[in-house]
Design a protein around this ligand. Structure first.
Ligand code: CA
Length: 515
């Protein structure tokens, strides 16, 4: 750590940090609470307000025809980013970045976690965002999907066994020693029966509530806010993370979403729902869009329940509320069945809305926020700038959030990262990862370079002019755009070196990328 951290008790912390006059003469300032809500696979385009006045003029895409009434209102009270990127747009890698502020080569989570991938698990020695909040005197609570742990046979209800029978095992129980400062727990690894979810609580007890998971989790968060059962210390500020699973797949039936939400979309022709010019409504997956949008609307309502409780309890003014996602969903765009993990806008561009009444002026900003920036920015907003661990690779944009005129260097772009399984041992366990693609997204362009597993030479490339071709319909040949490619590779090389990425360490494509 750059600065040794000293615990500042009670409400004196912010006063001391702000360099105010004698703290004893000032009324105590309560440090802000923080709630970070991030549903899974929620693309930035699936927000209704992007089609409304005050927002539509800031983006060059048409919003999906979804209903998100609560998020529309919330956006008008928030700083809303047009261009937040999920750098490694896949569940576990994103979550590893979010919690540690480190890219996947440092967080411990380069691949989606399951029991055949022992090399992908959140580093136990990492100083996570929740570790920092906890040390700063916060009560920390985690709700919902975590998906950053390598599953082990540690079922608290069935010692010596995994928590599920399928092979490989995807779901996981996170024991207290792996909870990184969260002292309240209501979570699971990953599990996709949205109306039959399960959770392990702080004491390892399992709950099977048979309720659509976002609404169930919202109810649990509200109960926590009300402090039912004295689960938190009302004198302490709180830090809450809520990892909702929908609008994640499956998108097949009313087992996946709420009927009242499905009814909004069930009779709409598919080509009136899949309106992006790069979408193909004849794909087999096309029917899924009704369930996807229904899930989006349901998540909107669940999020609204948390906002309502904050207001009723008088906590809304001193609580920073963030709404984001782990990555997007291609949903029949670009003719791919893979909803994520690609550099396409539908996969990388995520919602990012921050409300902090009286401190952050509502506005729209094109800051190209990268996933590792989230942890330091949250800590910065909470007045904990000096406690940001030196291990964090992201940047603290709190000064810019708090003051649009702040003297902050804006990023020129965001890295794109794709890893796949590397070497496997005789038991089929993955022992390394192969860094299959790297890329760079700027305001103007998206570049992605894919390499061959054996030769490590360039195998494939994508280059889009996102300004003139926002739906990424024309993949530009690299050879016809040498100057642009050179520029983008220079920017990308700088960041790959800065974060000590395997591409830099191994000199991958060093003829193209000046490290
Ligand atoms: Ca995910």
């Amino acid at each position: 750590m750059k600065h040794p951290f000293h615990l500042l008790w009670g409400g004196m912390g912010l006063l001391a940090l702000a360099g105010c006059k004698s703290a004893q003469q000032e009324p105590a300032v309560q440090q802000p609470n923080v709630i970070y809500v991030f549903p899974d696979q929620f693309r930035n385009h699936a927000l209704e307000f992007w089609g409304q006045d005050g927002f539509r003029e800031h983006v060059n895409f048409r919003n999906d025809p979804v209903h998100t009434p609560r998020l529309n209102d919330f956006a008008r009270e928030s700083l809303v980013l047009t261009s937040a990127q999920s750098n490694c747009p896949l569940s576990s890698p994103h979550r590893g970045i979010l919690l540690t502020g480190m890219y996947p080569n440092k967080s411990g989570v380069p691949l989606n976690c399951h029991s055949n991938r022992p090399i992908s698990s959140l580093r136990q020695d990492a100083e996570c965002v929740s570790d920092v909040f906890s040390k700063a005197g916060y009560d920390c609570a985690y709700f919902g999907k975590l998906h950053v742990d390598y599953p082990t046979p540690n079922d608290p209800n069935n010692p010596g066994h995994y928590v599920e029978d399928q092979v490989p095992v995807w779901d996981a129980y996170t024991p207290p020693e792996r909870r990184h400062g969260f002292n309240y727990w209501y979570s699971y690894g990953t599990f996709d029966e949205h109306k039959n979810p399960h959770y392990w609580d702080t004491d390892g007890r399992r709950h099977d509530p048979k309720e659509w998971s976002p609404l169930h989790e919202a109810g649990r968060v509200v109960s926590y806010l009300k402090n039912e059962g004295n689960v938190r210390d009302p004198k302490k500020p709180f830090f809450i993370m809520v990892g909702m699973n929908p609008p994640h797949s499956p998108y097949r039936s009313l087992d996946d979403c709420m009927e009242e939400d499905f009814n909004l979309y069930k009779d709409q022709p598919l080509d009136s729902l899949l309106i992006r010019p790069n979408a193909d409504p004849t794909m087999k997956k096309a029917e899924s869009v009704r369930y996807y949008f229904a899930s989006v609307t349901g998540v909107d309502r669940a999020f609204g329940q948390i906002l309502d409780a904050l207001k009723q309890l008088g906590l809304d003014k001193n609580t920073i509320v963030v709404f984001s996602s782990d990555h997007g969903e291609t949903m029949c765009s670009q003719r791919t069945d893979d909803p994520k993990n690609s550099p396409y806008a539908e996969s990388m561009n995520v919602p990012f809305l921050v409300r902090y009444p009286g401190k952050i002026a509502p506005r729209v900003d094109d800051l190209m926020l990268s996933s590792p920036d989230i942890m330091p920015t949250l800590l910065g907003l909470a007045g904990l700038t000096d406690s940001i661990p030196a291990s964090v690779q992201g940047h603290d944009y709190a000064p810019l959030f708090l003051d649009v005129q702040a003297d902050v260097v804006r990023p020129t772009g965001a890295l794109y990262i794709q890893n796949v399984d590397g070497e496997k041992d005789a038991d089929g366990k993955v022992r390394s990862y192969f860094p299959s693609a790297r890329g760079f997204k700027t305001a103007r362009y998206t570049l992605a370079l894919y390499i061959d597993r054996q030769t490590r030479e360039l195998k494939d490339a994508l280059l889009f002019d996102d300004e003139n071709d926002p739906y990424q319909l024309n993949n530009l040949p690299l050879k016809d755009h040498a100057d642009i490619v050179r520029q983008l590779c220079a920017e990308m090389g700088k960041v790959l070196k800065e974060i000590d990425d395997p591409w830099y360490r191994e000199g991958i494509l060093k003829d193209m990328i000046p490290y």
